[in-house]
Design a protein around this ligand. Structure first.
Ligand code: SAH
Length: 219
């Protein structure tokens, strides 16, 4: 990339932090630092690079999307992460949110159902040096039992209901953020907290639009 183009991206990244994140109420320093650090332009097609820091989703391969920066920040902030946390992400997509998570916590486990995306995200994360992210190809509505329990789980696709396996794989005290809605392209973001072995407390955060979560406990 030419120096002038890189400078322009640096400026746009500053605008993202200042206007789209701080300006809209994101306050968690770890989230802000992580989003300042991760080069979003590396996670999208070259055709859209100039628009890498615009506050909207962008298309990635296989008719999926990389989420809007504000929503990425908002969901991660809602997880109330601690540096020692083990985090599960469902819906790797481009790998961007996984990269942001990897700057905040110890281990990120990310599941993607489409093998093309799982493969390219894994390669991209490796190339960029995000060594504490593991990408698994499979149906994320079943979670990833091997590494459970998780302190936090984030689902970046819209589900008809909260998948039971994800509730079971949440540590006590753990948080789950997931878009839930009866329409495949409009959901409410839910925050679920496991308060004891059997009890969960749930609250609704805001309206969102995600691609559908497709799988045995999804659409
Ligand atoms: N977090 C991503 C955005 C992902 S878009 C990023 O930062 O780029 C949602 C992704 O969820 C898509 O890649 C889609 O293929 C994936 N997905 C849908 N259903 C899934 C399932 N059951 N398990 C795992 N991934 C799923």
């Amino acid at each position: 990339m030419k120096p002038a183009a890189m400078k322009a991206l640096d400026r746009q990244r500053d605008v993202m932090i200042r206007e789209h994140l701080l300006g809209r109420g994101i306050r968690d320093q770890a989230v802000l630092n992580a989003m300042r650090e991760v080069p979003r332009e590396e996670f999208i097609d070259e055709r859209f690079r100039e628009d890498a820091y615009g506050d909207h989703p962008l298309p990635i391969d296989e008719r999926q999307t990389i989420s809007q920066p504000y929503i990425v920040a908002y969901m991660i902030e809602a997880l109330e992460l601690d540096a020692a946390d083990q985090v599960l992400e469902i819906g790797t997509g481009s790998g961007y949110a996984a990269a942001v998570l990897s700057r905040i916590v110890t281990n990120v486990y990310s599941v993607e159902r489409l093998s093309g995306l799982a493969h390219s995200a894994r390669k991209r994360l490796e190339l960029l040096g995000y060594t504490n992210v593991v990408v698994h190809e499979g149906d994320g509505t079943l979670g990833w039992p091997e590494h459970a329990p998780y302190d936090a789980i984030v689902v970046t696709a819209g589900a008809p209901n909260v998948p039971q396996p994800l509730l079971e794989q949440l540590a006590i005290g753990g948080r789950l953020v997931i878009p839930v809605g009866q329409s495949a392209d409009e959901q409410l973001l839910a925050l679920v907290r496991r308060v004891s072995e059997r009890d969960y407390r749930s609250k609704q955060l805001c309206g969102v639009r995600f691609v559908p979560l497709i799988g045995s406990a999804g659409w």
